[in-house]
Design a protein around this ligand. Structure first.
Ligand code: SF4
Ligand code: SF4
Length: 287
């Protein structure tokens, strides 16, 4: 089972929820898909046992073979190529390329070769286990999008374990990729004007995927969210209180489930509520 934790914006507690669930759930596997800024390792403190570079294919045009016919550019759905026949010039806009391979496929002169380009890496590690149970995608600086790495990580996952997918924040393509690889989505939301506004945007994306979804309210202190919850008929999976002590321990890289029984029970309640909405039962580790 794959559970994606998403949020409309950063700072709503997405990684807090993901790391605490990963540590609490039996046979779980934490997957950091927030590839632009992965930080789950600060809380789970895994031993990294393997690092692999992640490559995508980009086109390389051989101008000796090219006749500047323009077929490649005309067939690129992402406008990543431009051919200027009058001055015999080819332009490749790498940040727009989606690595689909269409340009090399349609080129009649066999003038396009696909070459590897490293855009980041995938790290493998373990926490609380003899076996690997931690995966982290890391996007290189200056790369346009982490979507290829997220999709690459998704292909590594199977149905055996409970995967906790720590998605990127926001409402962009990488978030959609993370949601698409999940069976269930947890929307982390905070009761602030920005939190509600961006939470609604994230909810629209989740609704569009038709995935079962529940909400965890972080920094819960009042009833600000009732209208949002009722209007959208959302399942509330749990509430994490707004307390200074939590912020202080968080800033030191501590997990909430290790702080006290109340917080541990709050996360157990989240798991129980997920179970009510799914056929597969998730178990948690006893103390
Ligand atoms: S399709 Fe091939 S020959 Fe035509 S412009 Fe592109 S690279 Fe050149
Ligand atoms: S690989 Fe696909 S997206 Fe990239 S330039 Fe070629 S056709 Fe365009």
């Amino acid at each position: 089972m794959k559970i994606a934790i998403v949020s409309g914006k950063g700072g709503t507690g997405k990684t807090t929820i993901a790391t605490n669930l990963a540590k609490l759930i039996n046979n779980s596997f934490y997957v950091d898909m927030d590839v632009e800024e992965p930080n789950g390792r600060l809380f789970l403190k895994p031993e990294i046992v393997n690092e692999e570079n992640y490559y995508v294919m980009i086109p390389e045009i051989n101008e000796d073979k090219c006749t500047y016919c323009g077929l490649c550019a005309n067939n690129c759905a992402f406008n990543a190529l431009s051919i200027i026949k009058s001055i015999k010039k080819t332009l490749f806009f790498e940040d727009l390329c989606h690595h689909c391979g269409v340009c090399s496929y349609v080129c009649p002169e066999n003038a396009i070769k696909e070459v590897d380009k490293c855009i980041g890496k995938i790290n493998y590690g373990k926490f609380d286990s003899e076996n690997i149970n931690f995966i982290e995608g890391v996007l290189n600086l200056n790369e346009a999008t982490g979507t290829p790495i997220i999709n690459g990580i998704s292909r590594l996952l199977n149905e055996e374990k409970v995967y906790i997918l720590d998605a990127p924040p926001g409402t962009n393509c990488p978030v959609v990729s993370a949601i698409n690889s999940a069976d269930f989505v947890i929307l982390a939301i905070e009761p602030t004007p920005f939190g509600i506004h961006d939470g609604e945007l994230a909810l629209e994306i989740v609704k569009g995927t038709n995935k079962p979804c529940g909400v965890v309210i972080n920094k819960y202190s009042n009833e600000n969210l009732d209208r949002f919850i009722n209007k959208n008929e959302l399942n509330i999976l749990g509430k994490i209180p707004f307390k200074r002590e939590i912020a202080e321990r968080y800033s030191k890289g501590d997990l909430l489930i290790d702080m006290n029984d109340d917080l541990r029970n709050a996360f157990i309640a989240i798991i129980k509520n997920i179970n009510k909405l799914n056929s597969r039962e998730i178990r948690w580790k006893e103390q």
